[in-house]
Structure formats: C-alpha cells, structure tokens
Design a binder for this molecule. Structure first.
Ligand code: MN
Length: 641
C-alpha cells in the first residue's frame, strides 16, 4: 500500500489537512524500520501505514495519523521518545510514549476478561485519549494479519482483543472497529462455529439477494409517494459475532435469528426517521418487541437509531432508520466528533468523554483497587436498560440497577436525599430492581442521609462512590449524644471580643487582614447576620464607608487568669487524646482536668479545663488543636471568672 491512499481518504474529510507532517512521519518511520520485516515477510512499514489508514478512515487528526506511523519506533528501533519530540512535537511524542507503555502491559493468558487489564490500558492513555484510538487501530491491523502466526499466539491475540479492546471500542462508540475486531477474534477463538455461521449467512444472502433488492425498491417507491427522499437505502448482512451472541441469548438456532440481514435507511432529519418508520409498519407487519427507539434513548456511547423488525413474505427483516449524522456517529463514535474540534472546548464532545473522566476521577478517589475493578466490570460488560423520569426523560442504567441507582443517575442530590419511590405508580422499596421501560418517581427528604446498607444493592459506580463519599463526610460532623442537654456552642472568638451594641454576636475573624489580639479592630455586621472583625484600616472596610449601621466598635477582652473549659470533637482513634494533651503542654498550658467520652459511633468529645494566659495564648492553642488530624471542632464550654 502507498502513503497516497492515506492522503486520498484524509482529504475527503479534511481538504486542508497537513500532509507534510504525515509525509515527514512516514519517511522517518520508513528509514528507521528499513531493515525490518513483519512475520509475513513484507516490509515492516506496511503495518504502521495500515494503522494510519484506519485512523484516516475514522477522520482523526494529522497528529494521530503521524503518531500511528511512528507508533512502533520506540519499542522496535533505536529511536527514543525524546528523538520524536525533537523531530516532531511533544504531543506526538506523548502519544507514542503512551502506546509504548500499553504494549508493555502484561495481560495474563488465563484472565484476559478482567477490568484490571482495561484499567491498565486506560490509565496508560489518561493524558491523551488519542493514544486509545491509535492503539485500537494497531490491534485491529494486527488481527487482520494474524495468519502468519502460530495458533497459540493467534488465540491469545484474539482473546485479548475480544475481552479488552473490543469493549473499549464499544464504549467509545467505535462501532466499525468493535464489530470487525469481534468477528476477526471470534474466527480464531471458535473457528468451527464461525465457519458454520459464515457459510449459512453467505448462502442465505445469495438466496435472498434478489428478494432484498426488491424490498429496497418497494420501500423506495412507498417513500417517494409520501415525498420522502432518503439519502440511502441499503441492505447488509449482520456481523457474525452479533448473530452468534443473539443465538446464545435467545437459545435458538441460526435460522431463527431475525436480523441476519439489516436494511438501513438514511434520511436527512430526525422527523423523517419516525415518518419512515410509520410507512414501514404500514407496508409490512411489525414484529412485536423488536422495536427499539435509540433516538429518544441514545445508548451511553451516543449511538442513535430506530430499530424495527418486520415480516416480509414470511421472513423477518431488521430495519434500521437514522439520519446521516447519526450514521456517522454510529460508525465513528467519538472519533466522528473529533474532526476539527480537538479534545477540549466542545461541550457535546466532552460530555461523551464523561465516562472516561469519571473512571479516571474515581481511580484517584478510590484507595481500594478491588472496588475500582468491580465498578469497571459492571459498567463495561453489562447490558443497559432504560427507565424514565415522571417527565419522560430516559435514564440509561446497567442491568440489575435498583431505585437508588436511578436516583443517583438523575442527580447526586436526589440520590443522597432519596427516601422512597414509586415505580409505575406503585410504592416500592429502595432496593427494587428496575426493568426496561419502568417509570420511576423518587421521593426525597432533606433530612435523609445515605445509608451503608444501600451499598449492598446498588450496582452503578456513580451511586457507590457518591454514597461512600457522603458517609465519610457525615462521619466527620459531630453528632450530639442522645439525651444530652443540648447547649449552644459558642465559638472561642465570641468570648474574647466585645462588640458594642450587640449581645451574643456571631463573630468571624476576617481572613483578609487577620487581626491579632490587642490590635485595633472594627466589627461589621454582614447581610448574613455574622459579625466580621477587621483590622482598623483594612482595605475591605472602604466598601462599608457609607453604611453607618453596619459598623460597630469592638475590642478584645483580656481573659488572662480565668478558667476556661475547652472542648474538642474528633474522630476517635488511638493516641488522639494524648496528642491533644501534649499540644497543650507544649505551650505551657496549666491543665486542671482532662476528660474524654465517646458521643456517637466513632466520635469522641474531649474536654480540658485550663487556665488562660491571655489572648494570644488562647488563639495559639486553638490553632494548634485544630491542626491535629481527625479534629473536627474546637469550642468553649464553661467559663469561670
Ligand atoms: Mn504496532
């Protein structure tokens, strides 16, 4: 194959493409791979060249195509990432570096279908998603050219593609890559079954070829009568692996799989999709339960289309109806949105990458890699269902999701406050598993908090991580022990500053000027009712120059020599109490008594009666205690004058 073929494809979608960059990458790769050959005996450069062609077909940008041409240099020749950076640029070098990292990942033979492997691949490409695109194209070309390898290696490549790379391609909406990969891999893994289905499909197409042509003509005529001009109508055999999966799922034989052949109708507008569907259903008898509206309910990888199946002369035929744009997305997925738009800035595109970003985010938050793998497993391999909000918006969820998963999918706030739900108008428990098409109403209460029990039945990673996060947060808030006399907690500052004309002011020391004890201060009553203490002369006071009422004189109260009870709320852990005591002692605090009692689950309340040595001492003390790990609150208990 020649480089010019890549240019021809590329220029169709991007006439202004920078072919110079690609030519340079090609020459560079050709030079350094010059003395290498593939297992098949052909010059090595043919492999990167084909990978580049696959990316050009996906309308990817010039840098990805250049990186594709260079992708095996670091691993197989003396060229380094630094050389590529010098010769080209940092982005291209970064993609090649990511690819080299992925190729070093050891995927154990016996355990390819594991989220851990997918995690490793995604992590290696976290910096630039184009790494994944090039990797998928690389894998696809390797699968196409397996024949010169020994059977054992062929099978291993095939399993890896089926279990790791095809799911990633599916999630990115790269349908053409996913389907081709699956068929190529399936041919290696189950050669007998593959040949059998392939043969039957071929015969069936021969046999039904004319019939399908006739159906197309009939449909075209009928559409014309209704003044709809489709852009394209065409028939195509379904992918072999997808027929096999359907046979497995329905437990039936080849002959009973409806959609051996799919007829596709491409139109201009969404409105026409539904019109075409109406006409199709008038013309032929639709098969119940074979209709799917992925336009109203796009799949999570952004696939949109209407699917229906009709009986034509006693034979079932699947018909897919979609717009031109939907068709491009279906074939190219995220890559179709890539063109001219780049990685950042396009919100629609960004939202499609959300799942990837979330995975990366969760990875950071989760200490437990087992937990991460669990969630990846669910989100990658399970089938989807659709449930509806009372307003009719659809929510896609993995199979087995419960009401709480739904609530979190709608909004994390709804999930956190969810107290009950109605499914299809009936009250049901929160753990109820949802079915496709369920209408779900969530009842919320501000007083509700997520419970640890919920973790036992949620399946989505979003719900799981949000519940865990909320539980962690709630644990940190001190909870008053039942039966305790509830007393108002006064901030330390409230006791050491006197504000003229205000009883019991709620005082905040302003962060802009940090007045220290003894310095001249002024109090400002803010709109929220707080009293902010500023240093006299602080520039922020200018804002209040004209608001006379807001300003109040304030002064520090000298509290030296008085006895104060200091209370500390903290998460109970070994050594905490001693740490607070040591802190007090380290600043020469006179301690009269020290106590600690558990107040709730893992919270503890410590109280120390101390003798104040003045303002600065008190403030220093509070600052030091607050810095101790697991301390959540420091405040004043009793004061004796
Ligand atoms: Mn390669």
């Amino acid at each position: 194959m020649q480089l010019s073929k890549v240019f021809t494809i590329l220029k169709k979608s991007n006439p202004k493409a920078n072919t110079e960059l690609i030519k340079k990458a090609y020459d560079f790769a050709k030079l350094h791979h010059a003395d290498q050959r593939r297992d098949s005996g052909e010059p090595y450069i043919q492999h990167p060249l084909h990978v580049a062609l696959i990316l050009a077909e996906l309308n990817l940008d010039e840098e990805s195509i250049a990186a594709a041409l260079l992708h095996d240099l670091v691993e197989d020749t003396k060229v380094s990432v630094a050389d590529i950076k010098k010769e080209f640029n940092a982005d291209i070098a970064g993609i090649v570096e990511g690819l080299t990292k992925i190729s070093k990942i050891q995927i154990p033979d016996n355990e390819t279908r594991s989220a851990e492997n997918i995690r490793k691949v995604i992590m290696s490409s976290a910096r630039d998603i184009r790494v994944i695109f090039v990797k998928l194209a690389d894998k696809l070309h390797n699968l196409r050219t397996l024949s010169s390898l020994r059977e054992e290696r062929r099978k291993r490549f095939a399993r890896e593609a089926m279990d790791v790379y095809a799911p990633i391609a599916y999630k990115l909406g790269l349908h053409s890559i996913k389907s081709e990969m699956e068929d190529l891999a399936f041919a290696q893994i189950e050669p007998m079954i593959f040949r059998d289905i392939n043969e039957k499909l071929r015969k069936n197409m021969q046999h039904r070829g004319r019939e399908i042509e006739q159906i197309q003509l009939n449909l075209a005529k009928e559409l014309e009568k209704n003044s709809i001009k489709p852009l394209k109508i065409f028939g195509r055999p379904k992918h072999i692996y997808s027929i096999y999966k359907k046979m497995q799922k329905k437990g039936c034989c080849f002959e009973n799989v409806y959609d051996q052949v799919a007829l596709r109708v491409i139109v201009k507008a969404v409105k026409e999709c539904y019109e075409v569907m109406g006409i199709v259903h008038n013309l032929w008898k639709p098969i119940p339960e074979e209709f799917d509206d992925y336009i109203a309910m796009p799949k999570s990888n952004m696939y949109q289309s209407l699917h229906t199946a009709v009986m034509i002369e006693g034979q079932p035929v699947e018909i897919q109806i979609r717009t031109d744009e939907m068709d491009k997305v279906a074939e190219g997925g995220i890559a179709a949105h890539w063109k001219y738009k780049g990685v950042y800035g396009d919100r629609k595109f960004d939202s499609k990458l959300d799942w990837l970003k979330q995975i990366l985010q969760w990875q950071k938050e989760m200490r437990d890699s087992k937990e991460f793998m669990e969630m990846l497993h669910v989100d990658f391999f399970e089938d989807e269902i659709y449930a509806f909000t009372p307003k009719g918006d659809s929510v896609s969820l993995p199979n087995g999701s419960c009401v709480i998963d739904f609530a979190y999918a709608v909004h994390s706030g709804v999930g956190d406050q969810c107290i009950g739900s109605k499914v299809n108008g009936k009250f049901v428990p929160l753990r109820t598993q949802l079915k496709n098409g369920d209408q779900v109403e969530i009842l919320t209460s501000r007083l509700q908090k997520p419970s640890r029990d919920w973790l036992k039945f949620v399946v989505t990673s979003k719900a799981r991580s949000k519940i865990r996060q909320k539980i962690k947060e709630t644990d940190k808030i001190p909870v008053k022990a039942p039966g305790r006399l509830v007393q108002e907690k006064k901030e330390l500052e409230d006791c050491i500053i006197d504000v003229e004309g205000i009883n019991n002011p709620k005082i905040r020391i302003a962060k802009c000027c940090h007045p220290l004890p003894g310095e001249p201060i002024l109090a400002i009553v803010t709109k929220t009712g707080r009293t902010a203490i500023h240093k006299l002369g602080c520039h922020n006071l200018k804002k209040f120059a004209k608001v006379r009422k807001a300003k109040h004189a304030a002064s520090w109260i000298d509290v030296s020599g008085i006895t104060i009870e200091v209370k500390v709320d903290a998460v109970n852990r070994t050594g905490l109490f001693a740490e607070i005591l040591n802190t007090l002692v380290s600043i020469q605090t006179q301690i009269k008594s020290a106590n600690a009692k558990a107040i709730h689950n893992d919270m503890v309340e410590c109280s120390f009666t101390i003798e104040s040595k003045g303002l600065s001492h008190l403030q220093d003390m509070v600052r030091r205690i607050k810095r101790i790990k697991d301390v959540s609150n420091v405040y004043i208990g009793e004061i004796e004058r």
